[in-house]
Design a protein around this ligand. Structure first.
Ligand code: MTE
Ligand code: MO
Length: 534
């Protein structure tokens, strides 16, 4: 657009030179209110007692509306009535903002005061809910009003014709006749500056609203999760045998606490799934497809099992492996209920976020504790680990089995469907390779873990400086699906040593020394470290 047109659009209110026009004022006011709402959402999301002002106001409006009107709205809009109301609140706020923006061109205090009053309405609406504390809405209100007023000020400033100072236009720019001004020297809105300020405001408003919503959802789902009581499993895991957990400083705990458990997924933001609106479908090549609610899943008899999970991307000696006690429904029970049809060679898990992972149906039926897990180490699955439900399949890498935020189990064939990672260069079938890791090497002891889920660990050996393989002492086994701790006492004088480790699984097969990459089906090779004993 030509600069002339811009100045014409602004001409209406440019009564005294150096003031932004009406259109700019309206845009500035609209965006400033956007920033106010965005900051309010973000701070409300961050604070434990915070509540969305817009939603709070919506609740107040619903409480005030006469019953006949509410019924009429619901009968035309159905369950969309609340989003519709919230949209209206946002639109009306924006219009008020535009009006305030126009007024603030002349008197900034009118706009600033208006934003403060609007924010106060939001705070009041939030406080009208007896459940919320007082501090949250107040802090959110102060931050929102400050952000909005600041945005209004910055936007109006940016909308001023350039070369003119707002405070002292007459002194800086004596000529009163606009035509006498050199267009190149100023008198026109600096569009780049204005666009930049407007874009910044849009980003703050959008990111604030989005971030606030994400944080609020996380808070809400976490509160729901915390309130869940996990039922007693019908089949308990045997207690860990005495001596399964070695008392050696530096060794990873036998059960990795949930907060320390490695996390791998493609989700940018951890999905926040409300169990009340969640369901698990069992479908595909089955005789009797069915769907379970969370309550129904909790009501089916549960099993409990200790299982070591590993990522195919775990490098030799790496940390993408962990052991936990899981609880859930045996997958075989669900498949039996659905009735597996001929040709259903693959079980595909589908996540709410679109991720898929598939494994042979046979694996679910061979007696191992493949399950739809709802609990991890005695508490509901953490959101990051798949709340409300995920698959856990002993013996298989996570990318072909351990679908988190599970929403469907689909029986297919291997020709019909590929899991998420298969077209990306990873094998269709991926049992966990036998592995061992050195975690401690002090002047008295070498220690670590070894795992070969479903096969168990029969022997671990260490080799020092290329000498003979020496058998390490194994801790008691938790189970064949779990990693096993080991240690090897040694007395060493100061010096540099190279230590390697290898494990032999329950079938008698020893870990290969051949180093392979993690792709396409997991790394192989001996974990080898160099230590300086001082
Ligand atoms: N929905 C979903 N589930 C998923 C993944 C994913 O990206 N999305 N990653 C898988 C991979 S590759 C691994 S190794 C395990 C990791 O589980 P964890 O994060 O609980 O340790 O989750 C599996 N389940
Ligand atoms: Mo993985």
């Amino acid at each position: 657009m030509a600069p002339k047109a811009a100045s014409r659009a602004d001409a209406g209110s440019a009564e005294h030179q150096g003031a932004p026009g009406r259109v700019s004022g309206a845009v500035a006011g609209l965006l400033a209110v956007g920033v106010t709402l965005g900051v309010a959402e973000l701070v409300a999301g961050l604070l434990s007692g915070g509540r969305s002002f817009v939603v709070a106001l919506g609740d107040v409006v619903i409480g005030l509306v006469p019953g006949w009107l509410e019924r009429a709205v619901i009968s035309t809009l159905g369950s969309n009535d609340k989003p519709f109301l919230i949209l209206n609140i946002v639109v009306v706020s924006g219009l008020l903002g535009a009006a305030l923006g126009i007024l603030s061109v002349r008197r900034f205090l009118v706009g600033a005061g208006g934003i403060a009053v609007m924010t106060a309405v939001g705070v009041a609406a939030s406080l009208s809910d007896p459940q919320t504390d007082v501090a949250g809405p107040l802090v959110a209100g102060v931050a929102a009003a400050a952000g909005g007023i600041l945005a209004l000020w910055a936007l109006l400033r940016a909308a001023r014709p350039s070369g003119v100072a707002m405070s002292t236009p007459a002194l800086r720019d004596p000529p009163r006749d606009p035509a006498a001004r050199d267009p190149a020297a100023g008198g026109l809105v600096d569009r780049k500056h204005l666009l930049g300020a407007a874009a910044a405001a849009v980003v703050v408003a959008g990111a604030g609203a989005f971030g606030g919503r994400v944080l609020a959802a996380r808070k809400r789902v976490e509160a729901i999760r915390q309130a869940i009581r996990i039922p007693r499993p019908a089949r308990r895991a045997p207690p860990a045998p005495a001596g399964a957990a070695l008392d050696i400083p530096g060794l990873t705990p036998l059960y990795v606490p949930n907060n320390d458990f490695y996390r791998i997924d493609t989700a940018l933001l951890v999905p926040q799934v409300d169990p009340a609106s969640w369901s698990l479908e069992v479908k595909g090549r089955v005789d009797r497809p069915f769907t379970l609610s969370y309550a129904e899943l909790m009501a089916i008899p549960h099993i409990e099992a200790d299982v070591t999970l590993s990522c195919v991307s775990n490098e030799i000696g790496g940390g993408l492996v962990g052991n936990a006690r899981w609880q859930g429904v045996l997958l075989a029970d669900l498949l039996a209920r659905a009735g597996i049809q001929r040709g259903a060679t693959q079980v595909i898990g589908r996540s709410v976020d679109g991720f898929t992972a598939g494994f042979p149906t046979q694996v679910a039926l061979d007696g191992r504790d493949a399950m739809v897990a709802v609990a991890m180490n005695g508490e509901p699955l953490p959101a990051a680990h798949g709340f409300p439900a995920r698959l856990v399949v002993p013996g298989l890498y996570g990318y072909v089995s351990a679908t988190k935020w599970l929403t469907a189990i689909e029986l297919t064939s291997f020709d019909e469907v590929d899991g998420y990672w298969i077209p990306r260069g990873w094998d269709k079938e991926a049992p966990i390779k036998t592995q061992s890791r050195i975690e401690v090497a002090s002047s008295q002891v070498i220690a670590g873990v070894a795992w070969a889920p479903t096969r168990g660990i029969e022997r671990v050996e260490v080799r020092i400086d290329g000498g003979p393989w020496q058998q390490a002492t194994l801790a008691a086994a938790l189970g064949d699906d779990c990693w096993r701790q080991w240690f090897h006492p040694w007395e060493r004088s100061p010096g540099r040593y190279v230590i390697a480790v290898r494990a032999t699984d329950g079938t008698g097969e020893t870990q290969t020394a051949e180093r392979t990459d993690i792709a396409p089906n997991g790394a192989s090779g001996h974990h080898t470290i160099q230590v300086d004993i001082v």
